[in-house]
Design a protein around this ligand. Structure first.
Ligand code: SAM
Length: 252
């Protein structure tokens, strides 16, 4: 299944989880709002999904939201559509001229959703190409996935939806080594007054570590990288940090 097809199927469940089932991650939204204030020129979000970060990334200068999936793009609210210019496309083939953006980001483990190694490097090389000299690239990944083990099928939640239906997630996790990946088999059941349907979504996440990420950024051309371990900008620690926020600089 192509990335676009996967996210077209997954969009309604991903968006329900982010907007209804679980509370918003306020430290994350604040982190992106603050960093956008610091880098206030033209900005690009790669894999912008349904605009969850649009309000945080809005500025006087333009913010471009690049996203391959029709369903994710279709999920943007009217308000978020005012905050960014949505463009359909992939990170490995960006429809932008070189040296254009002051700030590019690929948030929320987006890179780990790309199963092909050559495409992951292709995205980072494209990010390097479109960033202006002296500009910044922020890449967010979760090396902690490496510590996740396989898990049997269990129910994760049962939540009421605004349209009166109920959404139930049952999930099984398969941890593979060589190639290092974590496969989520998600069974989403929608219960309505006239019956229920179940759809399986399989999300294959690439498992990575700090050294590999920094190596990829250097291979893409970035010269120096600041490493934070959380949204409070604490330094990255392999054992303790819940995520890696790598801020890479394109040399002048
Ligand atoms: C985990 S979601 C994050 C969405 C959004 N940034 C957010 O924080 O809510 C990852 C997004 O990356 C997109 N994506 C997957 N492969 C991509 C690619 N090759 N280029 C650009 N975006 C991609 C998916 O369609 C999806 O919307």
């Amino acid at each position: 299944m192509s990335t676009r097809d996967l996210w077209n199927s997954y969009a309604r469940y991903f968006n329900a989880e982010e907007c209804i089932v679980f509370p918003a991650d306020e430290p994350e939204l604040e982190f992106y709002r603050r960093i956008r204030e610091e880098f206030d020129g033209a900005c690009l979000e790669i894999g912008a999904g349904s605009g969850r970060l649009a309000a945080s990334l809005k500025s006087k200068s333009v913010t471009i939201a690049l996203e391959p999936s029709d369903s994710m793009l279709g999920g943007w609210s009217a308000e978020d559509r005012r905050d960014a210019v949505r463009i359909q496309g992939t990170g490995e083939q960006m429809p932008f001229k070189s040296d254009h953006f002051q700030f590019v980001c690929f948030p929320y483990n987006g890179l780990q959703c790309v199963p092909e190694e050559n495409i992951r490097l292709g995205i980072l090389k494209e990010a390097f190409r479109v960033i202006a000299p002296g500009g910044f690239f922020l890449l967010e990944v979760s090396p902690v996935f490496d510590r996740r083990e396989s898990e049997q099928l269990t129910e994760r939640y049962c939540a009421d939806m605004p349209d009166g239906s109920r959404l139930i997630l049952r999930e099984r996790v398969v941890r593979r080594r060589n190639p290092d990946s974590i496969k989520y088999h998600m069974f989403y059941t929608t219960v309505k007054h006239d019956g229920e349907t179940t759809e399986e979504i399989i999300l294959d996440l690439f498992v990575t570590n700090r050294d590999e990420v920094i190596g990829l950024l250097k291979d893409a051309g970035f010269c120096s990288v600041i490493e934070w371990g959380n949204y409070d900008r604490s330094p990255y620690d392999d054992e303790l940090s819940p995520r890696l926020l790598a801020l890479a600089i394109k040399g002048l």
